[in-house]
Design a binder for this molecule. Structure first.
Ligand code: ADP
Length: 819
């Protein structure tokens, strides 16, 4: 200290901090409440007031002339004290009004006294001195310690573990709870130990990281980790905050520690339960898909064989037997569909549509399909829809019809005489704006149901009287399915019945109110354009694909061309085979030959019949529009085209009176009139019976078929011959249909022509279609195969893929046969 004091005091002119006029009257210093002393340049005491005598126990006579640090400061604190003096006398501290330091001094009798020093420089008789006020802080310290003790007592009462550490992580305080937790006698036992001692190296890393972040950000942080304590795995949650001293400097960490083992275990149990439930649901769906496949495959054989056999010559007896077998097979299919439906509902996989429909139409259709059965039994079948029931609703008409079919079917089944009546009305409660609750009731005059059985009949596979099973037939699934469907439509189903008197089943369902207008228009428009042959001309493949799919979904027969030149070739071939196009939908801006040039060429060609043309423009609409008008192009739309716009433009084109040429060309061939040209078809199917059936059905349609027993064989056949179309069973041994389709698409990427592929699958789960399309297939036909659907899918695929057309069969001889 001496050097620094010397430096500070030895200046020839005292610094600004030194008051020249200040002279110490030692006697007057006795009046100060704090100890005051003055030190000369050697740090020796030159003034000592009576309070200093009292505080430190040294009489003035004994104190004067002694070095302050040696007399008052305990030996171990002397360095600290010297440093404090040095720091206070630093030039940078000179401007600070508070030159203060806290040191631990000692009384003459040896007891320690915490003192706070305030220093200032004085000048007396031309010599510099250091004035020191020394305040005894014992009372403050006691008060502080008392407060801390009370706080710690309080913390000890906490139901949670709490500890404090220094910046190195050594415990400075741990509450009793933490002591108990770590099985030590008291929290104090932990003092000095590093809290990391209880953790694994990985946890220590994580904890250090967390503490470090708290230190850097000063923000509270939560950490969760596990430790093994006395052989037991426990989960702990720490809330760590920074501990600061009175000047705000970080001095350690405060940690609230919580045992969250119970919560953690409960969470893990829950996660496991969810995982198990998901696995069970997945297994159920897979089982469902497999069951659907396994049952439908042989059933496909039965239904198809019976259908083919009915077309052969046979005696009336044989025909009757065959009809019975056919009815049974279809009945079996209905049962399987019921089981699948039920499982789908249970697995939460049933999807509901939301489309606009005409309620009276749905009710009428449901009854119409059951009318023959009712009339055969001599039953009156009637329906009454209250006038206030809205005509158009938004919802799933197919599911509503399914419920009605079941209830009315049951009513007819369990009624020998009398009538079956369906009523539809609006209950008073309207659920909300735009939402209508409709009430349906199906009453019969049949056998009725005993009251104790009425609650059971909605359970799956249960019937009111098991003896009726044989008499009336049925699985006991219909009402269970109906109840779930009704619930999914936001309603309830109930029964009121009297044995011998008849039954009334009532249910309600929620729908949104429909406008009707749009639906009517759309339906009418779709009827108008159905079956029309359209050529799409666009250089952009994605646009072509989108338009093809859209038009095909409206039952039109679209073909595509990637350029004006290709369009002209296709049109010429179509005209030559007497299947000219009804409409051309051409893009305006295309390389080489643009839309307008194409129209010119079509108009000027001697070989092409007149045709209606629609232009799709993507650039300056106004100039294109006026050019279209000048050229007499019937309709023009700006891209991207909205579905509704396209539909009404197509109808507009159809009805347009743009000129005698166009009108003359509007002879829409109806769908059923369109004959698919004979095709070379590859059939990949592993099941023998189904092979034979499909071959027979395809041959009946005039096509020739080559069979492959699995995907690998199909690829081999494709290497040997060119085909117009492939039917691909999805599930086959060795290589399945999805892999084969993907392999074919991969090969085509090398420049080969696109082979249209139709998936044949016994899977009836929703999503299968997407799987097939995602694998590169073009369409999808569920089994059992129906010959009408087969014909339709071929027409659809051919229309969508002109590549099928250019192979006259005569050119190639195909080995065709059924093993
Ligand atoms: P299923 O008719 O296939 O057996 P449902 O679930 O449709 O299955 O019906 C369950 C049972 O409820 C029937 O077996 C029959 O006992 C009883 N039931 C249903 N509707 C009527 C009805 N209209 N009259 C008398 N009993 C009925």
């Amino acid at each position: 200290m001496k050097d620094h004091v010397d430096t500070a005091l030895a200046e020839p002119k005292p610094s600004r901090a030194v008051d020249q006029s200040w002279t110490i009257q030692v006697d007057s210093l006795d009046a100060f409440p704090d100890a005051f002393l003055e030190l000369d340049q050697d740090g020796r005491i030159s003034a000592w007031n009576s309070r200093a005598e009292f505080t430190f126990g040294w009489p003035r006579a004994d104190a004067i002339g002694k070095r302050f640090c040696e007399l008052i400061v305990s030996p171990e604190q002397q360095d600290v004290c010297e440093k404090a003096f040095r720091d206070l006398l630093q030039p940078k501290a000179a401007s600070s009004p508070n030159r203060r330091a806290e040191i631990m001094g000692q009384h003459r009798d040896g007891h320690a006294i915490p003192i706070e020093l305030s220093l200032f420089l004085t000048c007396r008789a031309g010599t510099g001195y250091l004035g020191v006020f020394a305040r005894d802080m014992s009372w403050h310290k006691h008060a502080e310690e008392g407060a801390e003790k009370r706080l710690h007592d309080l913390i000890n009462q906490l139901g949670e573990e709490y500890f404090e550490t220094d910046l190195r992580g050594n415990y400075v305080f741990a509450n009793t709870r933490l002591g108990e937790y770590y099985h030590v006698q008291s929290g104090a036992e932990l003092s000095g130990k590093n809290f990391r001692a209880f953790f694994s190296p990985e946890d220590i890393q994580m904890l250090k990281q967390g503490f470090h972040e708290v230190y850097l950000t000063g923000e509270r942080r939560r950490q969760e980790f596990s430790i093994v304590l006395n052989g037991r795995l426990i989960y702990v949650e720490h809330t760590v905050s920074l501990k600061r001293d009175s000047s705000g400097n970080p001095v350690g960490f405060m940690v609230l520690s919580r045992d969250c083992t119970e919560r953690k275990l409960a969470q893990m149990e829950l996660a496991k339960a969810i995982e198990a439930a998901e696995a069970a649901s997945k297994a159920k769906s897979e089982f469902l898909a497999n069951m659907s496949h396994e049952i439908r495959t042989p059933l496909n054989g039965v239904v198809g064989t019976l259908e083919l056999a009915r077309d052969t010559e046979m005696t009336p007896d044989q025909r009757e037997l065959l009809d019975m077998a056919s009815a049974s097979a279809r009945g079996l299919l209905a049962v399987i569909n019921d089981i699948l439906d039920f499982s789908k509902i249970e697995a939460g996989k049933l999807e509901f549509e939301c489309i606009e429909f005409e309620l009276r139409e749905v009710v009428a259709e449901a009854l119409r399909s059951l009318a023959i059965r009712a009339h055969e039994k001599g039953l009156e079948l009637a329906y009454d829809v209250a006038r206030e029931v809205p005509r158009f609703l938004l919802g799933d008409p197919a599911r509503l019809k399914q419920v009605l079919l079941n209830l009315v079917g049951n009513a007819i089944k369990f009624t020998q005489a009398g009538e079956v009546l369906v009523r539809v009305d609006l209950p008073e409660a309207v659920s909300g704006p735009n939402c209508v609750r409709i009430r349906f009731s199906v009453s019969d005059t049949g056998i009725g149901i005993q009251s104790e059985k009425q609650g059971l009949i909605f359970d799956a596979f249960s019937q009111a009287d098991s003896s009726t099973t044989r008499r009336f037939g049925g699985t006991g699934l219909g009402l269970a399915i109906s109840q779930r469907l009704v619930n999914l439509m936001g309603g309830e189903i109930e029964v009121e019945s009297e044995p011998g008197q008849g039954s009334t089943f009532r249910f309600s369902a929620k729908f949104q109110a429909g406008t009707g207008a749009a639906e009517n228009e759309v339906a009418a428009a779709k009827v108008q354009i159905r079956g029309l042959r359209v050529l799409i001309v666009d250089d952009n493949a994605t646009n072509r694909r989108i338009l093809e799919r859209l038009l095909a979904s409206w039952d039109m027969l679209p073909l595509s061309a990637g350029s004006g030149r290709e369009a002209l070739e296709i049109m010429q071939r179509a005209a030559a085979s007497d299947t000219p196009f009804d409409m051309i939908l051409t893009d305006c801006r295309m390389p080489e030959m643009d839309g307008f040039q194409l129209v010119d060429q079509i108009r000027n060609s001697a070989h092409l019949p007149p045709v209606s043309i629609m232009m799709l423009t993507s650039d300056d609409y106004h100039s294109s529009a006026s050019r279209c008008r000048e050229m007499g192009i019937g309709q023009y739309l700006i891209k991207p085209v909205k579905q509704s716009e396209l539909l009404s433009a197509l109808c507009g084109l159809l009805n347009a009176q743009t000129g005698p040429e166009e009108i003359a060309s509007l002879k829409p061939p109806r769908r059923e009139q369109v004959r698919t040209p004979p095709l070379k078809i590859l059939l990949a199917e592993d099941n023998r019976v189904n092979q034979r059936l499909a071959v027979r059905m395809l041959e009946k349609l005039g096509h020739r078929v080559v069979i492959a027993g699995n995907g690998r064989e199909a690829l081999a056949r494709l290497d040997e011959h060119e085909f117009d179309l492939a039917f691909m069973d999805v599930q086959m041994p060795d290589m399945d249909g999805l892999s084969a389709a993907a392999a074919i698409r991969e090969k085509e990427r090398g420049g080969l022509k696109h082979l249209p592929i139709v998936a044949l699958t016994a899977h009836a789960m929703s999503g299968d279609r997407q799987f097939c399309l995602a694998a590169g297939m073009d369409d999808y036909l569920p089994k059992p195969i129906d010959s009408k659907q087969l014909e339709q899918v071929i027409a659809r695929v051919i229309a969508a893929h002109p590549a099928c057309l250019p192979h006259p069969l005569a050119e190639v001889t195909i080995p065709c046969g059924v093993p």
